[in-house]
Design a binder for this molecule. Structure first.
Ligand SMILES: O=C(O)CCC(=O)C(=O)O
Length: 341
């Protein structure tokens, strides 16, 4: 199995063929890459330049817009994945179309930040719309099911979609325990994720095989996704897995730390999460799951993650307490006879 590459060239003429490829990839792997997607390379490069300018600021400047608990703002080394119990080795800035009062980086820190970010967000949302319409057609649903469900066309201010700029720290001269990751294994909460990578800044791996949304099931094999600047890596999120009664798969993925003689420098990526709007009701045609609104879905997913992270942290605290206890009671072999005597 591998992550299929799908070309969007001659989109209108090839629409049926593209739909078949998208449905195949989404039901089998949950991940695919898009080439000939229509966003000019210089615009992608400009988005990475914007990201680099922001992350180059001192923490005090970045900290003027801290993560607000609603998927907007800046965080550094704080995202603990339930799968690992350790914080991802990264910093990130999350941006939305709505509810961003006081959360845009200041123009004196990065000139025209908001304007430049919003242009890119609109471009990525545009490609997302094409793909989500194809997926709806492929599932036999009204074409606008997922786009009305995610895109706030009337300016109602209820979009929950997020652009996330990511900066994974350089690992030059550092060593890490086995449970440390640039991004620990997780599935996304959203409808559809679009991820931009820079050439040769790799490490993304995916693990197809999840059968039921909301569980932690994974297959046995992790597939690497090559880092190519000309393609968009797309994956189905939990909202769409539920909305399709588990037909389209939201697949676990992770970003590993550089290994062997791989470059140890920083890694930058940009993810766009197409999320269901706050009041939209998510329910599949076969009603496998009860209806749930977009905002309730996110609130429950965040709460589940919080509980699971707390459980993992408790378990690893217990395990290290046991290790300490074993160490305290450990008697070197050459002294055991003396102690027993
Ligand atoms: O940076 C990447 O390659 C993946 C990012 C990701 O999975 C996430 O932020 O949810």
């Amino acid at each position: 199995m591998s992550v299929p590459s799908i070309s969007l060239h001659d989109f209108d003429a090839r629409r049926d063929e593209i739909i078949a490829e998208l449905i195949d990839a989404s039901t089998e792997v949950g991940f695919f890459t898009l080439v000939n997607h229509g966003i000019p390379q210089e615009d992608v490069d400009a988005a990475f330049e914007l990201s680099r300018s922001f992350f180059a600021l001192p923490d005090a400047a970045k900290g003027k817009t801290p993560l607000n608990g609603k998927n907007a703002g800046w965080e550094k080394n704080t995202q603990v994945r339930p799968s690992t119990g350790t914080a991802d080795q990264k910093e990130s800035l999350q941006l939305q179309f709505a509810r961003m009062e006081g959360l845009w980086p200041a123009d004196e820190d990065v000139p025209d930040f908001r304007k430049r970010a919003e242009v890119f967000m609109a471009q990525v949302q545009g490609v997302s719309v094409r793909v989500m319409e194809c997926l709806a057609d492929g599932l036999g649903l009204p074409r606008d099911t997922f786009t009305t469900g995610t895109v706030d066309r009337a300016g109602e201010g209820d979009s929950q979609s997020v652009l996330r700029l990511l900066h994974y720290h350089s690992t030059e001269g550092k060593s890490f325990g086995p449970n440390f990751w640039r991004a620990g294994a997780h599935a996304d909460f959203d409808v559809l994720t679009m991820l931009f990578q820079r050439e040769n800044e790799g490490g993304l791996e995916v693990c197809p095989g999840r059968k039921v949304v909301g569980d932690f099931g994974m297959g046995a094999t992790w597939l690497p996704v090559p880092a190519r600047q000309d393609s968009i890596v797309c994956n189905i999120g939990d909202q769409l897995m539920r909305w399709s009664d588990d037909r389209l798969k939201s697949t676990y993925h992770r970003v590993r730390l550089p290994e062997g003689d791989e470059p140890r420098g920083p890694r930058y990526s940009i993810a766009f999460f197409n999320q269901a709007r706050s009041d939209i009701v998510i329910q599949g045609p076969e009603k496998k799951y009860p209806p749930i609104t977009g905002s309730r879905f996110i609130a429950e997913a965040l709460e589940r993650n919080r509980m699971q992270s707390a459980e993992v942290a408790k378990q690893s605290a217990l395990e290290s307490a046991e290790t300490v206890a074993t160490a305290v009671h450990y008697v070197p072999q050459h002294l055991q006879a003396a102690v027993a005597a």
